[in-house]
Design a protein. Sequence first.
Length: 732
Amino acid sequence: MKSIRAKIMWLLFGSVLIASLIIGTVGTILTSGVIEKSSTENMNLLCKTNAGEVDILLAKIEDSVNTLSHNALSELSDIGMLKDDSFRAIYSSNLGKNALHHIESIEGAMAIYIRYNPSYIGKSDVFFYVKNKDTQKFENQPLTDISLYAEDDIEHVGWWHIPIKRKTATWIEAYYNANINHNIISYVVPLYMNEQLIGVIGADISIEHIEALVKQISIYSSGKAALLKSDGTVVYHPDFERGHLIGEDDPGFDGVVEKLSKEEHTGELIKYKLDGVEKRIASSKLRNGMLMVCFAPVSEIYREQHALTYLIFVCTLIVIVFAWIVAFYVSREFARPIKKLNEAAKHLTDGEFDFDIQTDLRDEIGELTSTFIETRKTLQHQIHLLDTEAHCDGLTGVGNKSAFMDKEIEINHEIISGNANFSVAVFDVNKLKVTNDIFGHMAGDKLLSTVSAHLSASFGEADVFRIGGDEFVVILKNEDSINCDALVTRCIEGMKNLSLEGYPECRVSCAYGASQFDVKIDHQLSDVLRRADKEMYKNKAITKKETFPWQEGAKGIKQLQVEKYCQFLQTLTGSTDDYLFLMNIETGVIRFFGEDPNSFDIADGRELANGILDMLNYVHANDQLLVKKAVSSVISHDVEEIDINFRMHNNNNNNMRWVNCRGSVIKDEMDNHFVFIGRISQNAVKHLYNPITTLFNKAKLKMDLQNESADDFSCLMLLDIDNLSEINLKHG
């Protein structure tokens, strides 16, 4: 007859044995499924992440070409302008400079070009910039004669015919371009105006550059990546030559291309076998239709699954052996504290932390209980910290958008249950953007913190949330809700006494609005918030027109802005031969930047205190009225831009030159004309006048005749100097 101790021992051991086997088996099945899913998601994520790097490059090309296309069309008011040789030359030159600015910053870019429609324009004075392999600089290359090649000749003229046939922006997948002797991908946009084809703008990316990006990709230990066309043709693959069609005479690749080409990818890894090694493929479609595929051996992808299965088996075996040893010494007294720990663990699993598991035991069970208690405290503290971080605005310390959303759910439940009694106040910090622009983001952060602290102090127990960059929401309940208007008024009045330490120029104020819950019309908190928002925006429309009284002796915002503009213009003088100027419309003062000793006596940084009156001293007498009218129209808010030609001279009335003056108005927050900034250029009009006589030349006459109708001329007089040739021969 077995002893009770033996029965307990065998009972415990048998129970532990069965439990270990069940837990091990179920754990293996469940964890294997979870890890397999995680490994699959990880493989797909690796593929999408690596594809995203290539897509960034493609997006840069696409954005550059689309921007050039938009600029090209926006600068044309009439398609017929392109038939004017002089206009087209300037137009093409501007587009070329803009194109180089875009393409030079893009790694892997090989070429950028614009090509006019020869059947409409008739000429090809455009650009075809190709990167020189030796110098790595873009050089203008001779244009391809489209008429020499058939439409299906992709290597020479595919970039022309394919997008025109599709009549839309087109990605041309990897191909060999015989014009530049390079494997490329092209993005081309056909230009249409009034359904008339103007031409195309396109850019090319080097396949070798993209191939280098793909070669760098490493998946697990031995996994790689490849680049395929949409039909499965290899652009780059470590195991196949370029141009090889995946699945064609390739054992183990049955159905791979069809699965890769599906528009809706399920996310499952595609199976295939190569050289007897079973592998899995993840794919991601690039924005040009090509496929980025990542592949790795099954043993590497699911290594964690295999390792965990082995670990569970080993752990189960250890538990069984250990159970035999432990069961030999177990007793009923030993089972009681374990039961307590088990119950405590269930509470912890359910998220309950307020439970008692004290024990008087001083053995391992007692230590385990103490450790469990410390673990519970640590978890409770960490969860509290995480909850605080998730619901607290890091800058101001008040509730964030997430906390507000939780509060919204809580209040909506109160509304449904009929227990709601609350008001909502909305505050929008005034002049935050101006503060950031003028004084920097440290001042802006201090402004937000100051407003937040004031709101918290003003509303006491009310919940304060920062739900946007400069927007705060306060939710008031019960008595505070009834006194909402008075509390808001007191808060706004209190802001008048606030200041920012270190920024005496800044004034603290908010636009505000408030609304109380009305059970008859409000069904959720957002209804009340919407009304408060409307009140806030009404108030903001008023406060936006306010001008702040800055402290005695401190510079105002406008003066600081003028100084910033002047610093910017001073920086620009190093990159232009033109004069740059700034006129303060409020004071009339004009400042010039840039210096040309061979032209006028206006030194760099010179200030004309009397504004236009001093400026007229440098203007030809016959042109002074034109200049005065143009500037007056800016000051009187009649126009925002001027573009005029007039003659300038130095203080001694020497060195007469025609110049072009072009500028634009910058407005202040009140939509008033603030400053007028522009440039005075000799180069812009030097082709239109004779430098000896300073009179307009034949090119200017031709331009005027083209721009004006015959009815605009009351008289046209032609003068000819007699014997000029004879005078030149005799006297030189």
